[in-house]
Design a protein around this ligand. Structure first.
Ligand SMILES: Cc1cc2nc3c(=O)[nH]c(=O)nc-3n(C[C@H](O)[C@H](O)[C@H](O)COP(=O)(O)OP(=O)(O)OC[C@H]3O[C@@H](n4cnc5c(N)ncnc54)[C@H](O)[C@@H]3O)c2cc1C
Length: 416
């Protein structure tokens, strides 16, 4: 009997978790699971934040993709050219066609520095760096080793970006790094954001504004970059604001995969229009999407992809049985924010609930504190790497952590 096919496009965090969940849940006599990825290396992307400062080394944040693909799942190591949704076919760059019955798009998003004038100019990877790619983080590490100080500008081009707090964490870690090198006085740190503040959710803005001040970080808000002038080393916005830099660490525009555009169904930034509760796309009933590839108004984060993978697995099973897609994702995100000095904050929120303080995962007991800088949270952030490789990438659940956000333990102030 020919098996039907579930095709997963992308074997990063979300695709790998889906392959591992589904191989346990679907009848493999009836269903073949195939996963396609152009890459051979799986990066632990949260590690890109630590690599420039020498906190992690290159080896611990990369593994072969194949190591996490279960034997029961077919892995095809090729790029996807486009999806023909009409014919239920994925066309590979070598021209081969893969038919599917169910398609899960898990192709993530990536930086597009070429979209900003001057970003990839002659200063790229000399004075202008990203840390959102392995190559960028590695080059920045080498630069920081010998840098003698000056004006360090940390910049976000446009939202949304993956891990929206990562640039702020970079600023906090940079403060710490230069303090330990006894050269903090020689470095002027400026944080440049297109948003109206470093923290935009009202409670976080009130509770955490002091961090920027304490660390002597200059804040430039509402900055919509027009271009980077490679001659004068200035970053310039549409309103004429200018910030000088000796070293610019930028988060370039983030975009979904180019094949989404070629397939004719992405939004302006190539994100796949997706139902924010069921994770079914609006492209066609048999196409689902997960992780950074979606248009969801949730954070683009590994923790979100993890919660979504549990919801999507349930909904794929409902879809196979011809049932209503009953599992609903609530936008749950759970992020540690490094603040330097071996401390971190923890935030836990969803589509409706902004981050507030309290304890996590157990009410009153914790052991983690929400919105408080603690060493335990920092250990949680570092410990997450182990959990990622050894628990999440095998499609296993983290005990006591649920896909839906828990209200217990949170000090939620009722709306007036
Ligand atoms: C600096 C940084 C720090 C971060 N910190 C955190 C954190 O602290 N906590 C947290 O939860 N998250 C964090 N994240 C975000 C997290 O890493 C991502 O949200 C997560 O990896 C998304 O998973 P994904 O599967 O959607 O995308 P990815 O893991 O990026 O996987 C996408 C896959 O699709 C493949 N692909 C794309 N196009 C094609 C094509 N044409 N053909 C074939 N294959 C293709 C790619 O090769 C890739 O393997 C961070 C990210 C960065 C960059």
């Amino acid at each position: 009997m020919t098996r039907k096919r579930i095709l997963i496009a992308g074997a990063g965090s979300a695709g790998t978790m889906m392959a591992n969940h589904l191989k346990r849940k679907v009848n493999l006599h009836e269903w073949q699971i195939t996963i396609v990825d152009a890459a051979t290396t799986h990066y632990y992307q949260p590690g890109f934040l630590f690599l420039p400062f020498g906190i992690y080394d290159e080896a611990e944040i990369q593994k072969p993709i194949i190591k996490y693909i279960p034997d029961e799942v077919e892995f095809i190591n090729t790029g996807i050219d486009k999806i023909d949704a009409e014919r239920n076919v994925v066309i590979l760059i070598n021209g081969a066609e893969l038919f599917y019955d169910i398609l899960i798009i898990a192709s993530g998003c990536n930086i597009a520095p070429e979209e900003t004038e001057g970003m990839k100019g002659k200063l790229w990877q000399k004075n202008v760096f990203d840390f959102y790619t392995f190559e960028g983080a590695k080059a920045l590490h080498d630069k920081l080793q010998g840098w003698e100080g000056g004006k360090l500008a940390i910049h976000i081009t446009e939202m949304p970006i993956k891990c929206p707090v990562a640039p702020l964490e970079f600023a906090f870690l940079a403060d710490d790094f230069f303090r330990h090198k006894h050269m903090r006085d020689e470095v002027e740190i400026t944080y440049i954001t297109p948003l109206s503040g470093a923290f935009t959710k009202p409670f976080a803005a009130k509770k955490l504004a002091h961090l920027i001040e304490e660390k002597n970080i200059k804040l430039v808000t509402d900055f919509n970059v027009e271009r980077i002038d490679n001659e004068t080393k200035k970053i310039i916005d549409y309103g004429g604001q200018e910030v000088e830099f000796d070293l610019l660490v930028t988060v370039p525009l983030n975009k979904g995969a180019a094949f989404i555009e070629r397939s004719g169904f992405g939004d302006d930034l190539n994100y796949v229009p997706t139902n924010k509760f069921t994770l079914q796309t609006t492209v066609k009933d048999n196409i689902f999407a997960i992780g950074d590839a979606t248009s969801l108004p949730a954070s683009k984060a590994g923790s979100v992809a993890h919660f979504e993978s549990e919801i999507l697995t349930e909904n794929i099973l409902h879809y196979i049985k011809g049932e209503e897609l009953k599992a609903h994702f609530d936008g749950h995100a759970n992020c540690f924010i490094e603040t330097g000095n071996h401390k971190a904050l923890l935030i836990d929120f969803n589509y409706d609930q902004e981050p507030v303080d309290g304890t996590f995962p157990f009410a009153g007991i914790g052991p983690m504190s929400l919105m408080e800088e603690t060493m335990l949270n920092h250990m949680g952030k570092l410990g997450f790497k182990w959990i990622y490789w050894n628990v999440l990438m095998h499609g296993r659940a983290i005990p006591f952590i649920h896909p839906g956000m828990q209200k217990s333990g949170k000090h939620i102030v009722p709306a007036e």
